[in-house]
Design a protein around this ligand. Structure first.
Ligand code: ADE
Length: 235
């Protein structure tokens, strides 16, 4: 394992990692795309971090599965990763024992909002990407596991909630399913590591909790991501 690509949607999520790993901004392969690319060495590894960049029209960070699909394609084509780490933030259920700041490793990645109740389209819509490397690495660095559940909404409809509640521990987020799908086409393994910014069953709305806790969650990601890189560099 030599080339590791981190895909992190928002610059605010990525910044503590970029600083801690002393990664340098490099020019992107295709300047028409909004992504930012940071590269550097860490121990025996070549590390490249891609963030989604800023939407040209709305001037906000690009989040969600469309940008994640494109950035993953670009990452694989330009940097030939041996492993993709999708790092970022998530919502979680207090009722399932989660707390703000907790960091989870994905044991499996699925979509929760692609409901196509029509034969095999059901499981196609849900995705269900197993993450065996994530399970092994989580054991090695002592991280708890969650089912990473991807959708394109920060809030949660009653239907979404019923589906999410059926899973054991949940990391509700907006990119991993898309990253896992593209990576599966190229047979690149993916792990997802997510820090909780908000409790989706808390009376305070998720967007408010998210804004309040984003910085802390981003900082909490650093230690386990670096432990992951340490572990990978020993392999
Ligand atoms: N990222 C952080 N919190 C989230 C939530 N509640 N839903 C989707 N993505 C998130």
């Amino acid at each position: 394992m030599k080339n590791i690509t981190l895909i992190v949607a928002m610059e605010q999520e990525a910044l503590p990692l970029i600083q801690r790993l002393q990664l340098l901004n490099v020019s992107r392969a295709d300047a028409r795309l909004p992504f930012n690319v940071y590269c550097g060495g860490y121990k025996t590894l070549n590390v490249c971090l891609m963030s989604h960049g800023i939407d040209r029209v709305h001037k906000v960070p690009c989040v969600g599965t469309q940008a994640a699909t494109l950035v993953t394609m670009e990452a694989i084509r330009c940097y030939q990763p041996d492993l993709i780490i999708n790092a970022g933030t998530c919502g979680a259920f207090a009722a399932k024992g989660s707390a703000v700041g907790q960091v989870y490793m994905g044991e499996r990645i699925r979509f929760y909002d692609r409901r196509i109740p029509l034969g095999d389209y059901k499981t196609y819509g849900e995705g269900h990407y197993p993450c065996p490397e994530g399970v092994t690495l989580a054991r090695a660095i002592n991280l708890p596991l969650a089912v990473v559940c991807t959708g394109n909404s920060l809030d949660m409809s009653p239907t979404d909630e019923a589906i999410l509640r059926q899973e054991p521990v949940v990391a509700k987020e907006m990119e991993a399913g898309a990253v896992a799908w593209v990576a599966s086409l190229y047979s690149v393994p993916v792990v997802a590591i997510k820090a909780v910014t908000d409790l989706v069953d808390h009376p305070v709305a998720a967007p408010e909790q998210f804004s309040h806790n984003l910085q802390r969650a981003a900082e909490n990601l650093c230690h386990p991501v670096i432990a992951l890189l340490d572990e990978l560099s020993r392999r």
